[in-house]
Design a protein around this ligand. Structure first.
Ligand SMILES: CSCCC(=O)C(=O)COP(=O)(O)O
Ligand SMILES: [Zn+2]
Length: 208
């Protein structure tokens, strides 16, 4: 590893660890759920992904491991990449994204079930859709909802159909949300904006 590669690796590790701490403070990793990834190198494609099954509320030296474009560890390790690494691989293989985040929350699960049969949930007239770059007064943010296939290659195949832009979000029914953006800042912004919109919609439905 050259000094530059090492510096980049450490920088990306620390960026992802900082995002993980903020999401943990929001209590978005219940029961070891969730996984996070950040691209470290384009060619060959290498990205850091959370190790599977860890308590993501803790910060340790074994939180992430480096994997290749197929989601396989780059070096021999006792750590297992996230069971959902293939979703992150698909993001980096099909888009120009640099960071991808997946969390399970009560709000995203309840809404994915309520709107699951529609295959999407729409938001308009909401200030926070601007986080997705939608600034027009009549702009519509439509977040796709896909079935939660237990078979991860199958889930990835369905998920990958929605990887049509360098930033976006997909809800997996009764499972969670995956967002991606050009870097950690953008991915975190999209995740927070999505969760704000979900919490708002849930609160509104409860008042009706
Ligand atoms: C215990 S949560 C079920 C698996 C899951 O959906 C998830 O997000 C966490 O899996 P990982 O292998 O990334 O820890
Ligand atoms: Zn999950």
């Amino acid at each position: 590893m050259t000094q530059q590669t090492l510096n980049n690796f450490q920088e990306k590790w620390s960026e992802l660890a900082d995002v993980k701490d903020v999401l943990a403070a929001r209590d978005w990793f219940m029961g070891t759920s969730g996984n996070l990834a950040i691209k470290v190198n384009d060619e060959p494609l290498h990205f850091l992904v959370t190790a599977s099954g860890k308590d993501k509320y803790k910060r340790t030296d074994e939180d992430f491991l480096l994997v290749d474009e197929a989601g396989e560890p780059v070096e021999t390790t006792h750590l297992k990449p996230s069971t959902e690494t293939l979703l992150h691989s698909a993001i980096y293989n099909k888009t120009g994204a640099g960071c991808s985040l997946h969390v399970h929350t009560v709000a995203n699960n309840v809404l994915s079930e309520l709107y699951g049969d529609d295959g999407k949930i729409d938001f308009n007239g909401q200030e926070l859709i601007k986080a997705f770059g939608l600034w027009d007064e009549n702009a519509l943010l439509s977040i796709p909802i896909i079935a939660n296939h237990a078979d991860i290659p199958k889930l990835t195949e369905v998920f990958a159909k929605h990887l049509t832009a360098d930033k976006g979000a997909v809800l997996i029914r009764n499972h969670g949300i995956t967002v991606w953006g050009k870097d950690a800042f953008e991915a975190k912004k999209l995740l927070e904006a999505s969760e704000f919109l979900f919490q708002y919609q849930l609160a509104l439905l409860q008042l009706k």
